[in-house]
Design a protein around this ligand. Structure first.
Ligand SMILES: *Cc1c(COP(=O)(O)O)cnc(C)c1O
Length: 397
């Protein structure tokens, strides 16, 4: 090569001659990857050789984290899972449903999903002629009746425990029913993470997460993941991801990777802290009811015990108070932060009726116990007594 001018040198990448390996995952901030020769390019493009091409299709930072999450989700099950990181939890749901269903298919799901998921199903998939049938999955006879009567149902989509009342659904029974009627299953495992619950082990086909929550754990990234051990739909999922551009970016993937290192420690502490608070609130005179599956008195305790290793960090409770007094309780909290997310290391509080469930039909809210006096808390990893004191102090007002 002829001697380059200053401006040309500025533009060129200099080769990385470092022989040592990075101890921590590097961020590959590159949109594309160059080829050693045109022969390589041809082989990589037609798939006879593996290699990166363009970061919307795949990126080393992103792929490593997807592989790690798939490994954790299938850990100890003997299954070999694959994963795709997406730009958000919502885009994980969008990508998997778009890959699995076509116009005329139906989704069987529950009324108490994450609010955004219900809206996605109704407003985006509804417009494509993919409609939902909503049912309470506690009534399994009814679920089977619906499956039998509606062969156009192609997908069962559930969350367990569900937001914000933490109702549980028996995953083993759902996957058995789905297989009997030739229906695919997707579980949103955001509230548990694979440390607590592994839907794939119960025969569920696809797991999605909003990694924004516990998997990242530090509230500094938005991303999602799709994980499956079912190879039949791998190509279809990748195709939607690549063409709709629902892929995750390397920086957010890197932040998830950081958070994952302490996942086991965090989930243990979130769970023990939430249980400690639930036990105190259960007998408190100003509390009407506590929703926490770790309490033996909880109606979902047995299902939770069967499929969850711990009971998680999410808790909700109803105050013996009006809506106004309930909102005042939130303002009296000093340790807990009022923020519309969950799964962070610090304790968070939310009033579902005026935030996450504001756009959900009032009758449906009442049916699922999302009452104006209900508080949802995402219990952090602080000192447990500090969390308990904060709540007790706010209840004193
Ligand atoms: C937050 C959340 C989502 C949506 O995830 P984003 O990362 O915000 O797109 C989906 N499901 C559940 C259970 C959630 O908590």
């Amino acid at each position: 090569m002829k001697k380059l001018d200053f401006s040309s040198v500025c533009v060129r990448e200099f080769p990385d001659n470092i022989k040592t390996k990075p101890h921590q995952l590097p961020i590959y901030a590159t949109s594309s990857f160059h080829f050693e020769s045109i022969g390589d390019a041809v082989d990589i493009f037609n798939g006879t050789e593996t290699g990166h091409v363009y970061s919307r299709y795949g990126n080393p930072t992103v792929d490593v984290v997807a592989t790690k999450l798939a490994y954790l989700e299938a850990f100890g099950t003997g299954l070999e899972a694959y994963g795709y990181l997406t730009s958000s939890g919502m885009s994980a749901i969008y990508t998997v449903v778009q890959a699995l269903l076509k116009t005329g298919d139906r989704i069987l799901t529950q009324g108490n999903l994450y609010g955004g998921t219900t809206e996605l199903f109704l407003k985006v998939f509804g417009r494509q002629g993919i409609d939902c049938i909503f049912e309470n999955f506690s009534n399994l006879d009814k679920v089977e009746e619906i499956l039998k009567a509606n062969p156009i149902i192609k997908l069962i989509y559930v969350e367990t425990p569900a937001n914000p009342t933490l109702d549980c659904i028996d995953l083993e029974t759902i996957s058995t029913l789905a297989k009997k009627y030739g229906v695919l299953t997707v579980v949103d495992n955001t509230f548990c993470t694979p440390y607590i619950q592994q839907p794939l082990a119960h025969g569920i086909d696809f797991v999605i997460h909003s990694t924004t929550k516990y998997l990242n754990g530090h509230g500094n990234s938005i991303a999602g993941v799709i994980i499956s051990a079912n190879p039949d739909f791998k190509k279809a999922i990748f195709s939607v991801l690549k063409l709709a551009g629902t892929n995750c970016n390397p920086f957010d993937a890197w932040l998830i990777n950081n958070g994952l290192k302490t996942l086991a420690l965090r989930m243990e502490r979130h769970s023990s802290n939430a249980l400690a608070l639930a036990q105190v609130l259960e007998s408190h005179p100003k509390i009407q009811r506590v929703n926490y599956n770790g309490l033996p008195s909880n109606p979902f305790h047995q299902i939770a015990k069967k499929q969850m290793k711990l009971f998680g960090g999410m808790i909700s409770f109803a105050l013996d108070a009006s809506e106004k007094e309930t909102l005042q309780f939130i303002d009296r909290l000093q340790l807990a932060t009022n923020a519309p997310t969950l799964g962070d290391v610090d304790t968070l509080v939310l009033h579902p009726a005026t935030s996450s469930h504001l756009n959900v039909d009032k009758d449906i809210c009442m049916q699922y116990g999302i009452t104006p006096n209900l508080i949802r808390m995402s219990i952090g990893i602080e000192d447990p007594q500090n969390i308990i004191d904060d709540v007790l102090n706010a209840l004193e007002g």
